[in-house]
Design a protein around this ligand. Structure first.
Ligand SMILES: NC(=O)c1ccc[n+]([C@@H]2O[C@H](COP(=O)([O-])OP(=O)(O)OC[C@H]3O[C@@H](n4cnc5c(N)ncnc54)[C@H](OP(=O)(O)O)[C@@H]3O)[C@@H](O)[C@H]2O)c1
Length: 239
């Protein structure tokens, strides 16, 4: 049964990478379903535009302009959530960096570090900062966004693939650590979606052949709903 708005009414949700693409669509869908959504991203103007859209549609949100690689800022965000709500119901680790598409031997060290910082280390810091708050929620749910690239070993995608493989290992491990309590944690693999990142990776592709972020949002809500029992899985979006 698809989740209903009653499942999200009054929940506190945090979505990283909410300024555009998949994160924007998921944050908006959660807010329209009644959650108060914390919108994390670096582009303040885009977060404000999303906030305005959400308010115009009767939802509620708070913009949190920040770089997810600032681990201390994530700790401060955790403290602020604890002060205001005392819990976090829903966590979506979506912010991502494509990194260079290039042979492994050509990967510039700083570009590799940056992709690992956004796709892996930031999510480790997010888990560290948010776990105590999630454990205060009635039906805590977390979803992280991975990619089929993690297991394909496709030439030139080494930086991104390595980062998503590391994310998969970390998130599945975290899920297993909580198998015996109420926290449910999964990875969502969206497949190709019509976003800025996909256009950067595949500039020659016709974006109109791809699903829109809003098409994938319902699967996020399904994985975030109180009825969700799966945990430690990689769940692929199918068109
Ligand atoms: N699109 C696809 O085909 C596809 C396929 C498989 C997996 N994915 C995954 O889906 C997720 C979302 O990607 P997308 O396609 O929606 O890409 P996108 O449109 O480029 O959006 C990426 C988001 O991540 C945020 N972000 C990046 N670096 C950040 C940082 N250092 N601090 C805070 N926020 C940061 C960006 O916000 P700011 O720039 O405002 O900070 C933006 O909101 C990623 O994890 C990606 O790997 C996408």
């Amino acid at each position: 049964m698809p989740p209903s708005t009653a499942d999200f009414d009054g929940r506190v949700a945090l979505v990283t990478g909410a300024s555009r693409g998949l994160g924007y669509a998921v944050a908006r869908a959660l807010a329209l379903a009644g959650a108060h959504v914390l919108l994390v991203g670096r582009t303040q103007g885009a977060l404000e535009a999303l906030y305005d859209d959400i308010r115009a549609e009767g939802g509620d949100a708070t913009g949190v302009p920040m770089d997810v690689t600032d681990g201390d800022a994530l700790d401060r965000l955790g403290a602020a959530i604890a002060d205001r709500w005392g819990r976090l119901d829903l966590l979506v680790g979506n912010a991502g960096d494509l990194g260079p598409i290039t042979p492994v031997s050509h990967i510039a060290p700083d570009a590799f570090e940056k992709t690992m910082a956004v796709n892996v280390t930031a999510n480790a810091r997010l888990i560290r900062a948010m776990e105590p708050l999630l454990l205060q929620a009635e039906h805590p749910r977390a979803v992280f966004v991975t990619s089929g690239a993690a297991s394909k070993a496709r030439p030139f995608w080494g930086t991104y693939a390595t980062s998503k493989a590391a994310l998969d290992a970390m998130v599945r491990t975290w899920a297993h650590e909580h198998e015996n309590n109420k926290l449910r944690v999964n990875l969502l693999s969206p497949g190709p979606v019509r976003t800025a990142m996909r256009a950067q990776a595949m500039p020659g592709e016709d974006p109109d052949t791809l699903p829109a972020p809003a098409d994938v949002a319902p699967l996020f809500l399904e994985l975030l709903s109180p009825a969700q029992t799966r945990t430690g899985e990689i769940i692929a979006f199918e068109r």
